[in-house]
Design a protein around this ligand. Structure first.
Ligand SMILES: C[S@@+](CC[C@H](N)C(=O)[O-])C[C@H]1O[C@@H](n2cnc3c(N)ncnc32)[C@H](O)[C@@H]1O
Length: 247
């Protein structure tokens, strides 16, 4: 499936298309595929070993639901979505790069996995827009994931737009990462403690299942957050908003 940025139901929420970002990422993914083909001496079908999911997704996999729909935002060539699909989730990957999504679809087919692709610019999207584009008329996603992609408006809309019963899992590097790595540059990095402030603050009905910020085993400084919107009425008995429980 491919939904252009002009699709969806809220005209006031349509993101502007930054042609430069699309061209930049398309070029990166083209180059990467070319380099892989050369190092493999011409190719061969991708296998499960070729899937390298974001390390945070692997670390936080215990928070994934056992079934249902999963949407991976800015998921590139599908390493995250393929990981989710192998765990039995009906995975969709959303990305601005049509080249990356073509690679995701090709890899999924080669592995016998079903992964949907949605080509969309998330640059100024909020979560409601994303759900319009990616979830369509199907059931709400059981989980939405976002790794190594920072878009503050999207994060700030999670508290309002996350459907009841759904989880949101996110990990993005912080400015402390610059102590060890020149890239990503500061504009793609969170300020210290900013993730919690963007996503959770003011939303009592969001249950925090996990939060952490620090150096990861792979040597990057990342903020991670897993939240769920309960099915219960906010503020009612059993509302554990902001508990910070890691489970
Ligand atoms: C650093 S990569 C991360 C890919 C993947 N999430 C991971 O962790 O391996 C950033 C991704 O964001 C995508 N991206 C950049 N700008 C975007 C935009 N405005 N809308 C949607 N995707 C975008 C890129 O195409 C790329 O796949």
């Amino acid at each position: 499936m491919s939904a252009p940025p002009s699709g969806g139901g809220h005209p006031d929420r349509q993101p502007v298309e930054p042609a430069d970002d699309r061209a930049k990422w398309n070029e990166r993914y083209r180059r990467r595929a070319g380099a892989e083909r050369r190092s493999e001496g011409g190719g061969g079908d991708p296998t499960a070993e070729d899937v390298v999911p974001p390390p945070a997704l692997v670390r936080l996999a215990r928070f994934l639901p056992g079934a249902g729909r999963a949407i991976d935002l800015a998921g590139g060539r599908g390493d995250g979505a393929l990981f989710l699909a192998r765990r039995g989730l009906a995975a969709t990957v959303v990305d601005i790069s049509d080249v990356a999504l073509a690679q995701a679809a090709e890899r999924a087919a080669a592995m016998g996995l079903a992964v949907e692709t949605v080509n969309a610019d998330l640059g100024s999207a909020d979560l409601a827009t994303v759900l319009d584009l990616a979830a369509g008329s199907g059931p709400p996603p059981a989980v939405i994931t976002c790794f190594r992609y920072l878009q503050r408006r999207l994060l700030a809309s999670v508290g309002r737009d996350l459907p009841p019963g759904s989880r949101f899992i996110v990990a993005v590097a912080t400015t402390a990462n610059l102590e060890r790595h020149a890239r990503p540059s500061a504009r793609f990095l969170l300020e210290p403690c900013e993730l919690d402030e963007l996503v959770v603050a003011g939303h009592r009905d969001l249950q925090v299942l996990h939060r952490s910020e620090g150096w990861t085993p792979t040597g990057h400084h990342e903020a991670e957050l897993v939240v769920r919107r309960g099915r219960r009425a906010p503020g009612g008995p059993g509302d554990h908003a902001g508990s910070g429980v890691d489970r």
